[in-house]
Design a protein around this ligand. Structure first.
Ligand SMILES: Nc1nc2c(c(=O)[nH]1)N[C@H]1C(S)=C(S)[C@@H](COP(=O)(O)O)O[C@H]1N2
Ligand SMILES: [Mo]
Length: 262
């Protein structure tokens, strides 16, 4: 083939550039349309509608794929951080007097409302868990906690069911759908699905590294829930309630997925 033969005629060139600009234009229109669509509707947390739909879809798919009964891996306590990182101080009450403090429980069942002291909680079986604590901000740390299983508390006081029966993992029908926890000032709050709340590694925690929990880490009592991200591990519990309505959740209201499961 000679050089001349390889060159395009002006007609061929015109045709080519016409197609190229057409494709570019169509592509631009699609991108513009998508951008308009995505930035259109926003949900309460300011997340754009279609992105929220995608997030909710992946949250739902995650819920279906994982079973909330799986155990989080545990580690020897020698691997636990001696001084675990402190993160998030919303609703903490550093000057709170542990002797005055009460865990206010709204059972919404025959047990009625309870006001429990730390000693009431310490009288129940003590459980320890040493696991890899994971924060959505991208850090993780092996840490060691002690307290009472939420399921042991529920069993002892007949909490978490509408009819006052002891909640059982294999019989979810009578159970309320959620546990709701808030700080004493209600500034930080989380909702936990009951299967995760009654999980054997979920504890109401009053000890870290076998010493009393410090104020930064949520004294006198915090939630430790190894099957969920740090956001759900509410520090400084003031109230605990059982309910069928999905409880408000601090970070879910700010655009994070509600489940925050691992
Ligand atoms: N009351 C309260 N609890 C909270 C938070 C908070 O801001 N306030 N932050 C959460 C987040 S995002 C994380 S990662 C963990 C951190 O727990 P730590 O400080 O014991 O490491 O606490 C959780 N519980
Ligand atoms: Mo976090």
């Amino acid at each position: 083939m000679s050089e001349e033969q390889r060159q395009e005629t002006p007609e061929q060139w015109k045709r080519r550039s016409f197609i190229a600009f057409g494709v570019l234009g169509a592509f631009g229109a699609v991108v513009y349309g998508l951008q308009r669509w995505i930035s259109g509707a926003q949900d309460v947390s300011g997340v754009q509608g279609p992105l929220r739909t995608a997030l909710d879809f992946s949250d739902g798919a995650g819920q279906l794929l994982k079973d909330d009964a799986h155990l989080a891996p545990e580690y020897p306590i020698t691997m636990a951080a001696p001084k675990p990182r402190v993160n998030g101080k919303i609703g903490l009450a550093p000057t709170l007097d542990a002797a005055q403090w009460r865990l206010n429980v709204r059972s919404n069942g025959p047990a009625g409302d309870l006001s429990l002291t730390l000693d009431d909680l310490k009288a129940l079986p003590r459980t320890e868990v040493c696991f890899d604590f994971k924060c959505i901000e991208g850090w993780n740390e092996i840490s060691h906690w002690g307290g009472v299983r939420l399921s042991d508390l529920a069993e002892h006081y007949h909490l978490g069911t509408r009819n006052g029966a002891v909640p059982r993992q294999d019989e979810p029908a009578d159970r309320y759908a959620y546990a709701a926890l808030t700080t004493p000032d209600a500034k930080y709050y989380v909702g936990i699905d009951m299967k995760s709340a009654m999980h054997p590694q979920t504890i109401l925690c009053y000890e870290m590294n076998r010493a009393p929990l410090t104020a930064d880490h949520g004294a006198p009592l915090r939630l430790i829930i190894p099957t969920k991200y740090g956001v759900k591990n509410l520090k400084c519990i003031g109230t605990l309630a059982f309910t069928d309505e999905r409880p408000p959740d601090y970070w879910a209201e700010r655009g994070y997925g509600y489940d925050a499961g691992l």
